[in-house]
Design a protein. Structure first.
Length: 104
């Protein structure tokens, strides 16, 4: 049986188009399978994000404390009393020591 050249050409083109369509449909499915390292990296990113938020909160607290120490005399006084143990010259300090037995 004789097949005209135009029919043979179109048959080959359609077959190749089907093969290409199958390959295109198959490859993205293979690419969607997660890499086992990606879960570990995502967990590390989440940990680093949480650490960055914690550090940012601590930085904001320190900035507020610095601003208070620059402007508020009461903040300076309380910091000097707490950290350096400073007192006014006429103040009497009483320190209560816990009992050695730990009984209350």
């Amino acid at each position: 049986m004789h097949v005209p050249p135009a029919m043979r050409t179109w048959g080959i083109r359609i077959a190749l188009a089907g093969v290409i369509a199958a390959v295109i449909g198959y490859l993205p499915g293979q690419m969607l399978q997660p890499d086992p390292r990606s879960a570990k990296l995502a967990a590390q990113i989440d940990d680093l994000d949480a650490e960055a938020k914690s550090i940012a909160a601590h930085d904001a607290e320190l900035a507020r404390e610095i601003d208070a120490l620059r402007t508020d005399v009461g903040a300076i006084e309380s910091r000097a009393r707490a950290d350096l143990g400073m007192v006014y010259p006429d103040e009497i300090i009483l320190r209560v020591m816990p009992s050695p037995g730990g009984a209350q």
